[in-house]
Design a protein around this ligand. Structure first.
Ligand SMILES: [Zn+2]
Length: 327
């Protein structure tokens, strides 16, 4: 089963629990924070057998039961974060909370997902038909791993204060990876539960999906710049290692997207579909269909950013949408 113990102590009252994922990005970090009467869980994992087995090991290690989790806070609606929320409730855990926009997206994406709509979205941006079918099917099997869904989801408004035990966290809106992603800042301890907003080694996927509000990359970059002013000793992310150089990593992410915008602009120099541009921007040799949809959505987010700033324009020729440089 899981060779390394899944639980890592972060502080007296905070534990990281790392769970397996059946994707190229093969794990997610969740966090248990001790409360006055029990525990608050931040993010949950994807509901598949390896994850449930890992939770069992983690609970044995911590001498806890799921019923001692009195509250679950989800940073965003993506399957690896949302997926086990309903399972936890079926095991006796307490209420699930999300930001208003993430709650809305959880319903849109996990309950109203249509393989057909997703197919036509990807096809319009130039994805070949064989790949579209595999990608859309992959989406359906991932969606299945978010069941059961929590019957009721409460809301935490960004800007409000969330008290967990002795800690007071400010809920901050951190859009880009998902429209309403919510991260939690404990100013006393200079600690940030940072979701997938800022990650080490990999850059969070910034994608324009069928349900995404306009210009996700613009909103992401703006949010990153505003977070440069926060004093953060330790960032606790949804994937990979903890963040010890908060500002340094933000600067790297800003530079990364600056470079990628240049590559994306070059990729459409002669006019290209999003799919054709993503072939040039990414090293696609090793991509699984699951990674392909992220590459497409990410390329589209960069093109939409350039379009909004008047650097590229779109042309509809036949079935597919073509992006071309302006001027
Ligand atoms: Zn994630």
């Amino acid at each position: 089963m899981n060779p390394t113990p899944p639980v890592t102590p972060i502080a007296d009252d905070i534990f990281q629990v790392r769970l397996p994922l059946p994707f190229a990005l093969n794990h997610i970090n969740t966090y248990l924070v001790r409360d006055d009467v029990g525990w608050t869980l931040i993010d949950t994992g994807l509901n598949h057998p390896a994850s449930r087995a890992t939770w069992k090991v983690a609970f044995d290690q911590l001498k806890l039961s799921p019923a001692q989790i009195r509250r679950i806070i989800l940073t965003h609606h993506h399957p690896d974060h949302f997926g086990m929320a309903g399972w936890f409730q079926s095991q006796g855990a307490g209420l699930v909370y999300m930001s208003p926009r993430e709650r809305e997206l959880a319903l849109l994406v996990w309950q109203e997902y249509s393989e057909q709509d997703f197919d036509s979205y990807m096809a319009a941006y130039g994805m070949p038909q064989e790949l579209v079918a595999t990608v859309a099917h992959g989406m359906s099997s991932t969606a299945a791993m978010t069941h059961p869904h929590p019957p009721f989801i409460g809301v935490i408004e960004p800007g409000s204060t969330v008290t967990i035990g002795e800690r007071r966290f400010k809920a901050l809106l951190a859009p880009g990876h998902s429209d309403g992603q919510m991260i939690l800042y404990d100013a006393n301890d200079k600690l940030m539960l940072s979701g997938d907003h800022i990650l080490m080694k990999i850059t969070p996927n910034i994608g324009l999906w069928p349900d995404t509000q306009p210009d996700p990359l613009g909103r992401f970059l703006e949010s990153l710049r505003s977070l440069l002013t926060y004093d953060v000793r330790l960032g606790l992310p949804g994937h990979r290692a903890v963040i010890t150089d908060w500002r340094g990593r933000i600067v790297e992410l800003l530079e990364h997207h600056e470079l990628r915008l240049g590559h994306t602009l070059a990729a459409v120099a002669d006019g290209a579909t999003v799919y054709a541009a993503s072939l040039k921007v990414f090293n696609s040799q090793t991509f699984t269909p699951h990674e392909w949809r992220f590459a497409m959505a990410e390329t589209l987010a960069h093109l939409a950013f350039l379009e909004k700033r008047g650097l590229v324009r779109r042309e509809t020729t036949g079935e597919a949408i073509l992006f071309c440089p302006v001027g």
